[in-house]
Design a binder for this molecule. Structure first.
Ligand code: ADP
Ligand code: MG
Length: 355
């Protein structure tokens, strides 16, 4: 074989937009807020950090932005070690939960503030502010003040202000937390679309599992300063790696200990998603590739589009099953309360999780 026959060497992979290596933060008083986090976020990715309050999400974001110095570990942006660079020398911008708009400034002044500080000439400043506002669909809002805007509009001004510098990476810390549910859903869609348009890497922090699943290309689930799992929304939801992930990203439906032995024939813990459980009557057949067990409906929670059934298993423990209310009316569904049922699910839908 001559040199020419060799397969071409693969092009070197582009360096990650954000790379964290063994990132750790211990605050005075000994709180280890972030505990050895390794993470890579790809160029142009919409990445979410999902975890409960106090799990260390904001601290991770602040270390990426340079507002907080790590106790140990490194932060790399586009392959360059920025661990010791001040925040203003990092090509990132942050949108905070409270937006932190200047109340006495107009929308245009708020959005153009960073450009003014960097002495961008007035005409170019006005042009870029206009473009940034058009990007978030706020054309013509230049002269308004923050007090004259709705919550959703303020949120978009904060976004425009963060995007006007065209940073490589945009960090968003619970940016939709102040919005009511309906508006939050609208803004989620807008934000996702905006990210696709501008092609900037987004790292979104949220404690809302639905928000993380619907918006991100990939997400990391954070618990007590550590990452428990990284993956696509479907991977994390369908194949949770740990009992914590199974319970935090969705309803906790675990079979463990003697119950798992009896129902599955092996020690668990196993996770099964509520919508994968088929509820049948005791005399209905169960197929060979299904696992099944018996229980009694303890509670029925009607939620409009679907109904949740809480079922006490004869073997012990409780599982939740969900059914879409496609045909049954509320009355027909509610009738199930107190009845004996068989729960059946496909073996492949059940996942073994780490404790
Ligand atoms: P999250 O954003 O996930 O809610 P944080 O990163 O804000 O979590 O906080 C993680 C942990 O670090 C919490 O226990 C919090 O109380 C603690 N913490 C955060 N900032 C400080 C600080 N400046 N000083 C001391 N402890 C802090
Ligand atoms: Mg936080």
């Amino acid at each position: 074989m001559t040199n020419d026959d060799r397969p071409p060497r693969p092009a070197p992979a582009a360096p990650a937009a954000v790379r964290l290596e063994r990132l750790t933060k211990t605050f005075d008083g000994g709180v280890r807020a972030v505990d050895g986090v390794d993470l890579e976020v790809g160029e142009g990715e919409f990445f979410a950090l999902l975890g409960p309050s106090g799990s260390g999400k904001t601290t991770v974001l602040r270390m990426i932005a340079g507002f907080e110095a790590p106790t140990s570990g490194r932060v790399l942006l586009g392959g360059t070690d920025v661990t010791r660079l001040p925040s203003f020398d990092r090509d990132v911008n942050t949108v905070f939960q409270d937006y932190a708009l200047f109340p006495h400034m107009t929308v245009a002044q708020n959005v153009g503030y960073g450009l003014m500080v960097r002495r961008v000439p007035r005409a170019e400043r006005a042009r870029r502010v206009r473009a940034a506002l058009a990007g978030v669909r706020l054309e013509g809002f230049e002269p308004r003040r923050p007090s004259q805007l709705s919550g959703g509009q303020r949120q978009r001004v904060a976004l425009a202000r963060a995007l006007v510098n065209r940073p490589k990476v945009l960090l968003l810390d619970e940016p939709l937390g102040a919005l009511d549910l309906k508006l939050r859903h609208d803004v989620q869609l807008e934000l996702k679309q905006l990210q696709r348009e501008v092609g900037i890497t987004f790292v979104l922090v949220t404690h809302d599992q639905e928000e993380a699943l619907t918006m991100s290309d990939r997400l990391a689930v954070v618990n007590a300063g550590r990452i428990e799992q990284v993956g696509s929304p479907a991977e994390v939801y369908e194949r949770p790696a740990t009992a914590f992930v199974a319970g935090f990203v969705g309803t906790s439906n675990l079979l463990d200990g003697p119950v798992a032995e009896q129902v599955v024939g092996e020690a668990g813990p196993f996770s099964i998603r509520p919508e994968k459980i088929r509820l049948t009557r005791p005399d209905d057949p169960v197929t060979p590739d299904e696992l099944s067990t018996t229980g009694r409906v303890a509670d029925v929670l009607y939620a409009g589009g679907h109904t949740r059934f809480l079922i006490d298993l004869e073997a012990g423990g409780r599982l939740t099953a969900v059914r879409q209310n496609a045909e049954d009316g509320a009355a027909a569904v509610l009738r199930h309360s107190g009845t004996d049922v068989v729960l059946a699910w496909q073996r492949r839908h059940m996942v073994r999780v780490a404790e």
